[in-house]
Design a protein around this ligand. Sequence first.
Ligand code: ATP
Ligand code: MG
Length: 840
Amino acid sequence: MSVVGIDLGFQSCYVAVARAGGIETIANEYSDRSTPSCIAFGPKNRSIGAAAKSQVISNAKNTVQSFKRFHGRAFSDPFVQAEKTSLAYELVQLPTGSTGIKVMYMDEERNFTIEQMTGMLLTKLKETAENALKKPVVDCVVSVPCFYTDAERRSVMDATQIAGLNCLRLINESTAVALAYGIYKQDLPALEEKPRNVVFVDMGHSAYQVSICAFNKGKLKVLATAFDTTLGGRKFDEMLVEYFCEEFGKKYKLDIKSKIRALLRLYQECEKLKKLMSANASDLPMNIECFMNDIDVSGTMNRSKFLEMCDGLLARVEAPLRSVLEQAKLKKEDIYAVEIVGGTTRIPAVKEKISKFFGKEVSTTLNADEAVARGCALQCAILSPAFKVREFSITDLIPYPISLRWNSPAEEGLSDCEVFPKNHAAPFSKVLTFYRKEPFTLEAYYSSPKELPYPDPAIAHFLVQKVTPQTDGSSSKVKVKVRVNIHGIFSVSSASLVEVHKSDDNEEPMETDQHAKEEEKMQVDQEEQQKTEEQQQVQAENKAESEEMETSQDDSKDKKVDQPPQAKKAKVKTTTVDLPIENQLVWQIGKDMLNLFIENEGKMIMQDKLEKERNDAKNAVEEYVYDMRDKLCSIYEKFVSEDDRNSFTLKLEDTENWLYEDGEDQPKQIYIDKLTELKALGQPIQARFQESEERPKAFEDLGKQIQQYMKTVHAFKAKDEQYDHLDEADVVKVEKSANEAMEWMNNKLNLQNKRSLTLDPVIKAKDIQAKTKELASICNPIVTKPKPKVELPKEEQKPTEPNGPVEGQGDGSSGAQSAEPSAAPAPTATEKKLPEMDID
Ligand code: ATP
Ligand code: MG
């Protein structure tokens, strides 16, 4: 099972994985840990990440970036409309009313949904993780901004499905950062102690998020979040772009905004300049060659001028900081540390603003770029059974109050109720009780639209079906479970009808309660992992608000549950029946559509793979041409006749030209065939070279082997006691074999020395090696025969020097390298001949 965390950033994404050694942010095929959130479409394939980023200008209309914030938004959404004008690619309204992206792909006009775009990006990140882990990746945790609404979250969830991922949790970016901070801290206050409050600030490319978290040993609770959803690095880039558009416009009479390519280039250069200014306070040049109409432009900028221009942006830094403190009801003194992450917090003035507000230095202990992804991977490790991690509980929150609205027969009109107030703990479930005779609809919505960075407060309609009256015609009690799940998404997760079976004429318990419709049984959902004291507190608070005293049963599926009767009404029996719920979610992709997108993604992955293979085949030809041409005039020169070399060089040149002309765009097989054709000429040369490299060593090894056996033979003949246990006939066999091998070797050496290197060798290295092995197989068993043990009187049994042949001669080939016998015999004929062996 995979344990992967993905930070889906507006500008760039990061992937972290959990391995035995810990959490690791992984690099893509460019050895870069950040992958640009960019997808380029071409006539034959898609490029995703760095390969797409390099096409931003050259393939501007079909290179898609900056789409993160279109998730879950209608085309008519004011945010989408405002963004539309500054994009190089085209946005369109899809039949569902949602935002689509129009590009040319495979020579066809195609509209893709935002879910598909993020799905493509996720496909790439998934591949990156798979390459690092060397196994398929399915389970993951993906981050989203903490201010995302349900529609945006559901849209990202759909994207994960399109990429074939199983998202265990959509985690808020700020919460992922808090987890990455807290899980390693050894010195957090104990559970009963006052928690440690830490502020996390993340200013990325598109948005600014602040959260306050309370830490105790083994747990974190998000107390409050605040944000400026449009304050990020790109706003600072825009300031510079505006400035230079005007400056260059005047100085060089250029209408930069009329040419998207020039504008995009200016954006790139301004971002670079902005980063330079973070490290440099001096004047910095802004030069772009051949910027527009073949004109080179130049200007200057410095930090103080830049700060002046960004005054309005910097003024927006404070509000969210103030807001989190107010919401959490904490003072600046209560804050233990302020941790900053996100690329834009590198702007010194942003950092200063934050530290000035809190009256303390900001901490940069976390990796500003990778903290979100690392937090995601940690969360995935916690959720995955495949990994053992330190226990750490996370209580997140609901950023906007959520209410339910319904038609109330009792009050003859609409009623509503805030089911989750702002900053309520999440994930969380509550059970509400309604009295109804027929199916009814619950309309969920964000009840504070003013603070919502999204134009539509509607969340969804939930139709509770199959509601029938009691047998006596009175209203049935319907229990509805509402929840904000682990992804931060609201739903009416289940509903059940409580059938009351009266056994006598006792008063029906709930009929007396006129306000039953509002009764909320705020019960901790057992399905959620949270059993924290905070939740118990909330439960207690909610119970206090509620007048309903009856114990609510957890809604186990199709299980008939006997309700514990209340003291006064002991004779009432109840059973529960699950009710179906029909959801009408805002901007939800239908199942069929989603399946189609999954299928299409699969097709595109396949197409990219085929195209990559085709390109690899082409590159292989090109590489071979360059490699061979180079070697033919260097290391291979001796191994090919002049005629052959000339004709081969010519062929290589022809192939090179072909690659730039007719061969520019051919099917994969053509390149494969071309390479085979070239290799047929190159291979023998290469082989001759290779042989000549290996041959001397092979001969040398054989020679050493022969020498070793001859030494033993001589020692035996000299009656060396080390070998006096050997059988004479065996020693004769060794001598004969060694002499034969010697003869064989000298013969081959002579023949080879007379042969031109441009011809195939008379003997191959592997045949020499085989000869060495053959000799060893005959001689080794004889010369390594152990000396029979001599029984010594007990007191004399001391460790003795090793006797007999030295260990290590067992495998024949390495025998030559083993320790020499102690008495070095006189040089033998073999030794005298050895120098010859180096001639080759
Ligand atoms: P978001 O969080 O909004 O989804 P993101 O995660 O892609 O976006 P980050 O990677 O955190 O964003 O930050 C990217 C931004 O940080 C860019 O605007 C980039 O120009 C800016 N940035 C990076 N380094 C520096 C620097 N040294 N000085 C100023 N800005 C920088
Ligand atoms: Mg980010």
